[in-house]
Design a protein around this ligand. Structure first.
Ligand SMILES: Nc1ncnc2c1ncn2[C@@H]1O[C@H](COP(=O)(O)OP(=O)(O)OP(=O)(O)O)[C@@H](O)[C@H]1O
Ligand SMILES: [Mg+2]
Length: 460
């Protein structure tokens, strides 16, 4: 399976994975730090409570007791967070007050304050032991005050603290990912417009892509692409030049063969030789046509465009003149050739040589394929934005499913006779496209025959 990797998802992955790792690490560290602070605060509270009790140690009749008022006791046992346990033992380790079973510090110490962890009634506790002298200065020894609380409440507090920190951090990570997502989209905008530019191009446009509006990182890519386009265009041009040159070179020997054949025909005695020579003559004529069509196509193709600059010209006049040139051919075939166009000039930007070539090919088809006695009409119809050039005939027509294919090179309809070589409409399409014109093939008026319509953009 092929992984589809977008720049966006890659960037998100490169950013989100380290962020998530950092986030987890910081959560662990944060928890540790929170635990320390919570411990410190709670330990201090324990100590405070122990010192409070210590202040109430009294001696009466040689008996040590703790004079805890009822209120203070209640405060110790019903604290909001959790109750405190306490135990006070005398200098001989004798029980004075509190919970007798509270684990006291096992090794009596000389430290004034000692913290320790123990287990009490099935739960872990944290306790403080404070040594308080019974009567300062006297040799009566000291009482030990133990105050304890369950450990779980500290974990709870630390957890609450950590939630308060980690949740905003998670939001931050999420917001960062979102910002990157959006930012990358914005950053890639110039690439999208570049894509549009390339997509909307026709195959004939090999001009350089705009470099300026692309981000710096992309410019080398565009430069490389432009370089390739330039080389491609040069290669294409040289190929077309080769075809054009070859076709041109073939014309002279072909003309020679034709002349020689005609001479031989005149002098030939036997019928057999006459027949062979006539076939040779027809073949030579067909080959000459093929060579001429190849030359036209090579001239019409994109690479050769530079040799044919466009200029504003009158399409009406051009069509009228070209049609007039075809009148003798039409008369030969007894075809009624007509022209219908406006008297005023209709300007388009075009190349007269190529446009004439285009009309010649369409007219050649119309007159060649229409039966004797038929009609062919050339129309020039100016519109607001376009000028339409149409050639209608009353011939056999082109079946709808073939209307796309007849534009292909060397494609001919079956049973259409053997004269053509199948390049005419390919030439027509090339020339129309190079003029930015749209070409449509339809049935003629009343569904009879063929109508070729070419809509040229009007010159501004
Ligand atoms: N006006 C038309 N009426 C009927 N069929 C047509 C018409 N124009 C073209 N065709 C059909 O389309 C085919 C392709 O036309 P195209 O002009 O490309 O080639 P061609 O006429 O055969 O050869 P050439 O290169 O000599 O013009 C023709 O062979 C013909 O069958
Ligand atoms: Mg033709």
């Amino acid at each position: 399976m092929r992984k589809i990797r977008t720049l966006r998802s890659q960037l998100i992955a490169w950013l989100a994975v380290p962020l998530l790792v950092l986030w987890s690490l910081s959560t662990v560290v944060d928890y540790d730090v929170a635990r320390r602070f919570v411990d410190l605060a709670y330990d201090r509270q324990l100590l405070e409570a122990a010192l409070d009790i210590g202040r109430q140690v009294k001696v009466a009749d040689n008996r040590i007791y703790v004079d805890l008022p009822e209120v203070a006791l209640q405060m110790l046992q019903t604290r909001e967070i959790d109750r405190l346990y306490y135990l006070v033992t005398g200098p001989e380790n004798e029980f004075i007050t509190g919970e007798p079973d509270l684990p006291a510090l096992s090794d009596p110490t000389t430290d004034r304050v000692r913290y320790y962890d123990e287990e009490y009634r099935g739960q872990l506790i944290r306790a403080v032991a404070v040594r308080v002298p019974v009567q300062p200065g006297s040799a009566r020894g000291a009482v030990m005050i133990h105050v304890a609380e369950r450990l779980t409440i500290r974990a709870d507090s630390a957890r609450q603290l950590i939630f308060g920190m980690v949740l905003p951090q998670a939001l931050l990570v999420f917001a960062t990912a979102l910002a990157v997502w959006y930012g990358v989209g914005r950053g890639l905008k110039p690439l999208a417009s570049l894509r549009q530019e390339i997509e909307s191009r026709s195959h004939r446009d090999l001009s350089a892509l705009p470099e300026a509006q692309a981000p710096n990182e992309v410019q080398p890519l565009i430069r490389a692409m432009n370089d390739l386009l330039a080389r491609l265009s040069a290669a294409l041009a040289s190929q077309q030049r080769f075809i054009a040159d070859a076709a041109h070179q073939l014309r002279t020997p072909l003309a020679g063969i034709k002349t020689q054949t005609e001479l031989a025909l005149r002098n030939a005695q036997s019928d057999e030789v006459q027949a062979t020579l006539r076939q040779l003559h027809t073949a030579t004529e067909q080959t000459t046509r093929l060579v001429n069509q190849l030359l036209s196509l090579a001239r019409a193709e994109p690479g050769a465009r530079r040799e044919h600059a466009t200029e504003p010209l009158d399409l009406g006049a051009l069509a009228r003149n070209t049609t007039t040139e075809w009148v003798p051919r039409a008369l030969e075939r007894n075809i009624d050739l007509g022209f219908d166009g406006p008297d005023a000039a209709v300007k388009i930007d075009g190349n007269a040589f190529l446009l004439k070539e285009l009309l010649n090919n369409v007219l050649d088809n119309a007159i060649r394929y229409t039966q004797r006695g038929g009609q062919v009409t050339v129309r020039v119809v100016p519109d607001t934005r376009t000028v339409k050039l149409a050639v209608e005939d009353t011939g056999p027509g082109i079946p709808a499913r073939e209307r796309e294919r007849v534009f292909e090179r060397f494609y001919r309809l079956l049973g259409g006779g053997s004269e053509g070589c199948g390049l005419g409409l390919a030439i027509v399409r090339e020339i129309a496209q190079s003029h930015g014109a749209e070409i449509t093939l339809d049935a003629g008026p009343n569904g009879v025959g063929t109508a070729v319509q070419i809509a040229f953009p009007r010159a501004t």
